[in-house]
Design a protein. Structure first.
Length: 229
């Protein structure tokens, strides 16, 4: 993890230094952006940023705008920071493609743990898949390159959407509760609402188009990836 590069975007210099200095001690390389426009420019100018910590309440380009722009071209993991603790804000951030959501004030140790867990899950997903390509009725997942195809056309998924889809395919035919999905995809120490799962399922279905029917809702429980014989 020591070589990972993290972009921190926050209009408060004190917050950037506080978070940046702590993560540097954890072995990460830190790049700072003072506003959303600078964050977008830096991201497009750098080819090896591994994760973004993104404040929402910034002048000009706010965090939501930056997240939306980055998601047009990249699935880089994004952790959103906000002083607002409203549930609707959190769900909106997830809907835009954010992977984690941390409300201020927060523990630096907890934030670092979230960073490490998110990067570790992505790395493990790359290393632990036994089959390079999985096929499900026109839906294909290349687990080596983390590519997803629908009828031969590549679909751009965020890291969390990819992990969610991968978990469903690993348990194809099984009815999975929302709690099971939340614990498996967001880690056991994630204190989130199960509606986070519903939000990501909705977005995933939209991106899968005609293949969205493979993800079946199991009433009063959760979801199941239905594989037709």
């Amino acid at each position: 993890m020591g070589t990972r590069k993290i972009l921190i975007a926050d209009d408060e210099a004190r917050m950037r230094r506080l978070v940046g200095d702590f993560l540097k001690k954890e072995g990460y390389t830190i790049i700072e952006a003072a506003d959303g426009k600078q964050a977008t420019d830096i991201f497009h100018g750098e080819e090896d940023i591994d994760l973004i910590i993104l404040d929402i309440m910034m002048p000009g380009y706010d965090g939501w705008t930056v997240c939306r722009e980055i998601r047009k071209t990249s699935a880089v993991p994004i952790i959103m920071l906000t002083a607002r603790g409203e549930e609707s804000d959190e769900l909106f951030g997830f809907d835009l493609g954010a992977d984690e959501y941390v409300a201020k004030p927060f523990s630096l140790k907890i934030l670092a743990a979230r960073v490490q867990a998110l990067l570790r899950r992505i790395e493990n997903a790359n290393n632990n898949n036994k089959t390079a390509v999985r096929s499900f009725n026109g839906l294909e997942i290349d687990t080596e390159g983390r590519y997803v195809y629908v009828d031969g056309k590549m679909v751009d998924l965020s890291p969390k959407e990819y992990e969610l889809l991968l978990y469903l395919t690993e348990n194809a035919g099984r009815a999975l509760s929302r709690d099971q999905i939340l614990n498996a995809v967001w880690d056991y120490d994630y204190y989130g609402d199960v509606r986070t799962v519903d939000t990501h399922i909705k977005k995933l279905r939209l991106k899968l188009g005609d293949k969205s029917e493979l993800i079946q809702t199991v009433r009063s429980l959760g979801y199941r990836l239905e594989v037709r014989k």
